[in-house]
Design a protein around this ligand. Structure first.
Ligand code: HEC
Length: 404
């Protein structure tokens, strides 16, 4: 009953998290596009202090948007701020982290083959990594490095990759990935809360007094907003990677994370240039090439060899290795998978077959062939946290049987 309700809570929070993130990133993309697409306005607008304007047609109406060089002559009665998208994305993200990874620490956070932690120790490492990472980012923003965009970006990328490595030494692979994503998200929401909003408050106060605000504040907010902009694609990649064991479950999962983050930021660069009218399709092409290069470089050796042995067997030449019998395969699955994946699970935590996946008979197992290969043979993602202690040899035998 409790696990059942937690699942529904999980569904609700995950839905809200995705929804708010769409609103946040959508608004962020819109404003970056808007800012980059402004054109020189007619003289009468320049006289009013407008530095750029833009016309758009959307949803059956014409829009005219103008950006002021400094402050408008008079502050409007209603001034829209954009902050709750960011805050609610962060809050729902934290709630999701707690409901899935912290409440379920024993199954989702701790990997006893890496470190035999108690739930509280593992949660402490997770929360500590967020606090420490955020402090390092804020600290770096106060050094002269911040003036050099590219160098700053590369140092941050190195830190993110390091964090992925460090966390993957002590926490479950998925938990390590999700914490890196949560850290970037925390820095992004922190930028809104700590820098962008306060700077804008100073600007609005100055405008209300009819003064020209110090450009320092506007520039500072703009820079942090640029950081957020480049972080959007990497953070989405990391969040989605949790559904793809060939990323987080890879021996060098932390390196794959760093590489995907780099490709994501690079792809974002294409759009930022394009808004300025500089269309560089090679950026997108090279990002796609890099994406598939990562896929090839990271390909586990048994993905290649399993394809080969299937080819061999399809021909007349028999494979050198003995055939695996159905009974052998059933035994392995019975020993390592059906504790959770059964109509009647016996696991202490998973009382309902996870994802509705059941391996109670040969047909059920064969129907899931590709997914079993992906999660238990090509990667070590299943059994979940290797709770049932599946060996390398058993994976190889199961893989051979599935390919027969
Ligand atoms: C301790 C419990 C547990 C054991 C043991 C276990 N799994 Fe899973 N399995 C899970 C959970 C939890 C999920 C759902 C979350 C997810 O997809 O990672 C899952 C999901 C799956 C999925 C569906 C997701 C997809 O990729 O389509 C497959 C396939 C799978 N497991 C295969 C296996 C195989 C094969 C074994 C045995 C070698 C195994 N599992 C052993 C807990 C377990």
């Amino acid at each position: 009953m409790e696990a059942y309700l937690v699942d529904w809570l999980h569904l609700l929070i995950r839905f809200l998290h995705v929804l708010t993130a769409i609103a946040w990133i959508g608004a962020s993309f819109y404003f970056v596009w808007l800012d980059n697409s402004l054109e020189k306005p007619p003289q009468w607008k320049i006289d009013k202090g407008i530095k750029g304007d833009l016309w758009a047609v959307h949803g059956g109406g014409f829009y005219e948007v103008a950006k002021y060089q400094n402050t408008p002559e008079q502050l409007p009665k209603t001034l829209h701020w954009f902050k709750w998208e960011a805050y609610s994305t962060w809050l729902t993200g934290m709630a999701l982290l707690i409901v899935v990874f912290y409440v379920g620490a024993q199954s989702y956070l701790i990997d006893s083959t890496k470190a035999d932690l108690t739930s509280w120790q593992a949660i402490g490492i997770g929360v500590g990594s967020l606090l420490a990472g955020f402090a390092v980012y804020e600290g770096a923003c106060r050094t002269p490095l911040i003036k050099h965009n590219l160098a700053f970006g590369l140092v941050m990328l190195a830190l993110v990759t390091f964090m992925a490595w460090a966390l993957s030494q002590v926490l479950g692979d998925r938990a390590a990935y999700i914490h890196v994503g949560a850290l970037i998200g925390t820095c992004m929401a922190g930028n809104v809360f700590n820098t962008i909003m306060p700077s804008q408050r100073v600007m609005v106060e100055a405008a209300a007094k009819g003064e020209t605000p110090d450009p320092y504040y506007g520039n500072k907010a703009k820079l942090r907003s640029t950081h957020n902009n480049y972080a959007t694609i990497p953070v989405l990649f990391i969040m989605l990677s949790n559904h793809f064991p060939m990323t987080y479950g890879h021996e060098y999962g932390w390196l794959i994370l760093g590489a995907l983050a780099l490709v994501g930021a690079w792809a974002r660069h294409f759009f930022n240039l394009r808004h300025h009218g500089k269309v560089k399709p090679m950026i997108i092409v090279s990002a796609l090439v890099a994406f598939f290069a990562i896929a090839f470089i990271a390909m586990p050796s048994n993905v290649l060899s399993s394809g080969k042995s299937a080819d061999l067997q399809a021909g007349t030449q028999a494979s050198a290795l003995p055939r695996v019998t159905d009974v052998q395969a059933l035994n392995i699955v019975g020993q390592h998978c059906t504790a959770c994946h059964s109509a009647t699970p016996t696991d202490d935590i998973f009382k309902v077959s996870p994802g509705g996946v059941m391996f109670d008979n040969l047909d059920q197992i064969k129907a899931m062939k590709d997914r079993i290969l992906a999660r238990a043979v090509h990667t070590h993602d299943m059994p979940f946290m290797n709770k049932t202690g599946m060996t390398e040899e058993e994976r190889e035998v199961l893989g051979r049987w599935l390919e027969q």
